[in-house]
Design a protein around this ligand. Sequence first.
Ligand SMILES: [Zn+2]
Length: 118
Amino acid sequence: MKLVDCGATELYEVNSLHVFSDDERGPHSKHHVFNRITYDANILWFSITGFSVEHRLAKVTQWFGLFENLFCATCSVCNRHLQIDPRTTQYLPPLWRDIDVKAGESSKAFHYGCLESD
Ligand SMILES: [Zn+2]
């Protein structure tokens, strides 16, 4: 995040998002799972550039909240927890979350590989 001086008003500009564990300093994680979430968070962040920063922060925060079951969710396609990720060639939990969740419903989790083969 970068502070932008606009005269009397100070604005913050978000250049990128980074996800890492509590025991890391960042900006990059040693864990593939957090690096994949970082990648998707930035795709989400920059895909909604037409909205206000407040709206975008609310949307990304909502999306991060969908990961409360990150290490216990099973994939909605294969019903497994871990699968080889086609991009990192590492075993990862289902990391894809649909952000358009209706109130009262829980988000479904998917492996990238299961989405691509579906
Ligand atoms: Zn799967």
